[in-house]
Design a protein around this ligand. Structure first.
Ligand code: LLP
Length: 419
């Protein structure tokens, strides 16, 4: 499943001892396994080989250029959501024909940049956005491809912050409104409405909601066909859950076997946008124990990485396994907390964690997705360094931020001195 395992009680990433990396590059440190990353991409590709979808890796999950480059080199496309992600996609040489662009709030500048780059299509989330893209395409004298993001009103079992397919969510357009838009498609002279898009949420561990959403959209596609409206693409989004704790998520094979028949029936070219499935278990966050603090009520293991490095526990009460770099049988209940001045700054709560002392290292597992990409500089802490391992080789893919990086864009205006 992933390439982080113990050999003689020492944690390894592929053939490299993680402690050697922590000592060489310092902590907090993100460590990625190249093989786990690529394997997960290839697993999806082979599960779906019968229909050969375009797999557009969702950049937001982990946007490091080396991660993107590794996947693009294997043939992946990219799912982007901002001008910044477009910049990254171009920087790693992703062919424009393999880029799709979602987001409820694309700015004019971002839309212009994406049209000029010739991306495959926009996933459009509202009527005003559709009108705006049409207007901008007209001003550039271009015809631009768009897919309508459908909100299929499907319930998923996941954290409420990452459900996106209910009508109470801000995403997509309901079926009836989408139908009306499609009937009027000739009105959008500079748009080629060539597809439909769905993305119902993230960390979804069972296939049923995916099947339900795809069925709803399939019926809709038939309804459009009957009106003479034909499309070219169906983008089924991402959302595949992974194992953090004791989840038993559908495998790529099961997911594929459940939905391929439905997808084939649509007769459309299929696009998918997995993020977490590809990168989630390919990365860990290594932290160093600063202090072990016992209070009247609890034991706190205070480490040098916190919510600014990995916000998922604080934001979604997310569970990440905590593994010591040196395996020991002795465990004790503790809270694993960072140095940030907030009580929400924890990486694990009331957890049985290996008995550690100052200077020992711990690994926060399954931190490859939405880890570094959601990191911040809160408390003026530089963001962590990132390292990629392949076999016995390890190379840095992002340098640690230093204080000068934190103030680089700030100015103390001359005006201030006059006040
Ligand atoms: N496509 C769209 C339109 C999306 O909004 C997302 C994720 C994806 C694809 C990729 O979803 P995935 O395959 O990774 O589930 N920060 C949260 C997850 C937010 C997901 C946002 N959208 C977390 O840490 O759990």
């Amino acid at each position: 499943m992933h390439d982080f395992r113990y050999k003689n009680n020492k944690l390894y990433c592929e053939n490299v001892r993680v402690e050697d990396l922590a000592k060489k590059f310092g902590t907090p440190l993100y460590v990625y396994s190249y093989h786990t990353l690529v394997d997960h991409y290839l697993k999806l590709q082979s599960a779906f080989s019968e229909i050969k979808p375009l797999i557009c890796y969702s950049v937001k999950a982990n946007s490091n250029l080396s991660i993107l480059k590794a996947l693009v080199a294997k043939g992946a496309g990219l799912d982007i959501v901002s001008g910044g992600e477009l910049f990254r996609a171009k920087k790693v040489g992703c062919p424009a024909a393999r880029i799709v662009y979602a987001s409820v709030g694309k700015t004019n500048q971002e839309i212009r940049a994406a049209i000029s780059s010739g991306i495959l299509f926009f996933n459009v989330e509202s009527l005003p956005e559709l009108e705006n893209i049409n207007r901008i395409a007209a001003s550039l004298d271009k015809i631009t491809r768009v897919a309508i993001r459908i909100n299929p009103d499907v319930e998923v079992k996941t954290h409420k912050y990452i459900m996106t397919g209910k009508l109470t969510n801000k995403f997509g357009i309901d079926l009836e409104s989408a139908y009306k838009i499609l009937l009027l498609r000739a009105k959008f002279r500079n748009l080629n409405i060539c597809g439909l898009h769905i993305h119902i949420g993230s960390q979804i561990t069972e296939s049923e909601p995916f099947v339900e959403a795809i069925k709803k959209v399939s019926v809709f596609i038939q309804r459009l066909k009957a009106k003479g409206i034909s499309l070219e693409y169906l983008n089924i989004g991402g959302g595949l859950g992974i194992i953090y704790d004791r989840e038993a998520p559908q495998t790529a094979q099961i997911y594929a076997s459940q939905i391929i028949p439905l997808l084939k029936n649509t007769g459309l070219k299929i696009i998918m946008e997995p993020g977490r499935f590809i990168v989630g278990n390919a990365g860990i966050l290594v932290v160093k124990v600063l202090y072990v603090k016992r209070t009247l009520q609890k034991k706190f293991i205070i480490v040098d990485g916190g919510m600014n490095d990995l916000v998922r526990p604080a934001l979604y009460s997310a569970f990440h396994n905590i593994w010591p770099l040196n395996k020991t049988a002795k465990c004790e209940k503790a809270d694993l907390v960072g140095p940030i001045c907030e009580s929400g700054d924890f990486l694990a709560k009331e957890r049985s964690i290996a008995k550690v002392k100052e200077g020992d290292y711990l690994a926060v597992m399954s931190a490859g997705a939405y880890g570094f990409s959601m990191a911040s500089n809160y408390n003026s802490r530089g963001r962590a360094a990132e390292v990629m391992v392949s076999g016995s080789k390890a190379f840095q893919i992002r340098k640690r931020e230093i204080p000068a990086d934190l103030v680089r864009k700030e100015v103390i205006s001359g005006e201030l001195k006059k006040l």
